[in-house]
Design a protein around this ligand. Structure first.
Ligand SMILES: Cc1cc2nc3c(=O)[nH]c(=O)nc-3n(C[C@H](O)[C@H](O)[C@H](O)COP(=O)(O)OP(=O)(O)OC[C@H]3O[C@@H](n4cnc5c(N)ncnc54)[C@H](O)[C@@H]3O)c2cc1C
Length: 481
């Protein structure tokens, strides 16, 4: 629901004064306050929630970000940092009394050091933009969220994003070396650097995944890696989710680390096949895409061993790609999965939780039972190798009862993840979507410690408030520890 700004004249006067104050600090067209032009910023990838911001600032340099934050700090204005707005948990959702600081104009590659394998880029460079910048020299940036064409490295840092290939290479945190940040009072700080580890406290670890609540990231230094000689995928289809889950557990337990290990259940297989015509087995209940990389000899050896493991679970079919083209065909359906589900149900909630891989068979069975109990279809497509679940719950947005049911179903799945030893989020963050579930994972004293860290960086809670922590007694204010 869109909540328009309070029509009271003093509110409008304050809004105009803030817009004028910020406009003076930014390049021409760097401040948007016209309600029509603000519309594209009213939501993010979690489109079920909407809210128009007070204004949008589009700085082009770190110094301009510092000027904007200093102004907002001095005038008690709340700030919501935003990259591409692809967050699926409402992390970049605006507030009606907050200024959105959009980093999209900070999109320059600043330096590439091939000798030390480090790329320094502005926060608004897209994830794929880093790989595109270095691919010609045989390098790549490893974390690869499915949204990589659009999402930005600053957003990736703040959500600690992962992707299909993170099983082998790790998530953003494992590929991050340094940050330039601006604190809410406008101070510019350099954290980490172009070397492994840094002296003193692990500030980089603290800021990674901080969901825009501690500082605004303006520059990022990441590790770039030599591209592998080649990669090949195989596809293994099974007669039940549980059996496919057991196979995942056996693969991980064998010590082989495929570069990717993706899971799709029957609804996902059918939706993706209809969308991409990738040759997926329509008679299967569940399917794994397993990819290995290295020299041809290494690929053959690993694929042979993986085939042997899969055979222990009576697969319906096994297809080992013989070329890069065949691998691309196997990936085609998976990469278009969210769009494919959108064709059969325009409205769906994409959940994101993690579990120990040994719990996959049990958790998949329980999700199936819950789907029956709620009467809502669910498609499971996820990074199985690291136990990162993404059940897509389909609902009808025109029916408020259906949306409410989908939300409750989603919450039950996340509670189940915590119950079996996992956690509330693998890579999409907490945002507004999961803030009320935080007490399921954390005791009150643990939440108080986390609030204390927020307060140390941002004592007035101006930076992306109302995210991550449960709202206090329905009041949109936080308890500053
Ligand atoms: C189709 C689709 C597929 C997806 N697949 C994946 C996937 O495979 N893996 C995955 O991890 N995620 C995935 N996502 C989620 C999303 O793309 C990631 O969370 C991504 O990192 C968000 O980047 P963004 O630039 O869009 O950030 P935004 O959505 O704009 O912001 C995300 C959060 O970071 C904060 N933020 C953004 N930039 C900055 C900055 N410079 N400084 C401080 N705070 C900042 C925001 O306030 C917000 O809290 C997917 C999303 C979609 C829509």
């Amino acid at each position: 629901m869109i909540r328009l700004p309070d029509p009271k004249s003093h509110v409008l006067a304050r809004r105009d004064a803030i817009a004028a104050g910020l406009r003076a600090l930014l390049p021409e067209s760097g401040l948007i306050s016209d309600p029509l032009l603000l519309k594209p910023y009213e939501t993010d990838g979690l489109s079920a929630y909407r809210q128009m911001p007070l204004a949008v600032a589009l700085p082009e340099t770190t110094e301009q970000v510092a000027d904007v934050l200093r102004y907002c700090h001095r005038n008690g204005v709340r700030v919501v940092p935003r990259g591409a707005g692809t967050s699926l948990s409402g992390g970049a959702l605006p507030m009606e009394d907050a200024v959105v600081v959009g980093l999209m104009r900070m999109n320059r590659i600043l330096d590439i050091d091939y000798a030390d394998r480090v790329a320094t880029v502005q926060a608004g460079v897209t994830n794929i933009g880093i790989t595109n910048a270095v691919a010609g020299n045989g390098f790549f940036y490893a974390p690869d969220p499915s949204s990589q064409l659009a999402c930005m490295i600053g957003g990736n840092v703040n959500m600690n994003s992962g992707g299909a290939h993170c099983l082998k290479y790790g998530v953003t945190a494992n590929n991050l070396l340094g940050l330039k940040i601006v604190t809410i009072d406008g101070e510019i700080l350099d954290i980490g650097g172009a070397h492994l580890d840094a002296a003193g406290y692990d500030w980089l670890g603290l800021l990674t995944g901080s969901e825009g609540m501690l500082a605004i990231v303006t520059e990022v230094q990441v590790r770039i890696l030599r591209s592998p000689e080649g990669a090949r995928a195989m596809l293994a289809a099974f007669s039940s989710n549980e059996i496919a889950g057991q196979c995942v557990d056996a693969i991980i337990g064998s010590g082989i680390i495929p570069v990717a290990l993706e899971f799709m259940d029957r609804p996902a297989i059918h939706a993706c096949e209809a969308f991409a015509h990738a040759g997926y087995p329509l008679d299967a209940e569940a399917m794994l895409i397993i990819e290995v990389e290295g020299s041809v000899v290494e690929q053959d050896d690993l694929l042979g061993r993986l085939k042997e493991i899969c055979q222990r679970f009576d697969p319906i079919s096994l297809k080992v790609s013989q070329s890069a083209e065949e691998s691309a065909a196997i990936w085609k359906g998976r990469k278009g999965a969210f769009g494919a589900i959108g064709r059969i149900s325009p409205d769906y909630l994409c959940m994101d939780g993690t579990i120990p891989t040994s719990q996959l068979p049990y958790v998949l069975r329980r999700i199936g039972e819950m789907s029956d109990a709620y009467g809502l279809k669910v498609a499971n497509i996820f990074h199985a190798g690291d136990g990162n679940l993404h059940p897509l719950i389909m609902f009808d947005a025109n029916d408020p009862a259906s949306f409410h049911k989908a939300e409750t179903f989603g919450a039950d799945i996340l509670k189940l993840c915590v119950e079996v030893g996992g956690c509330l989020t693998g890579e999409h963050g907490v945002g507004v979507e999961k803030r009320d579930l935080m007490p399921v994972q954390f005791a009150e004293h643990e939440l108080a410690q986390q609030r204390g860290i927020k307060s140390a960086f941002d004592p007035e809670w101006l930076l992306n408030p109302s995210k991550v922590f449960p709202l206090v007694e329905g009041v949109e204010e936080r308890v500053a520890a």
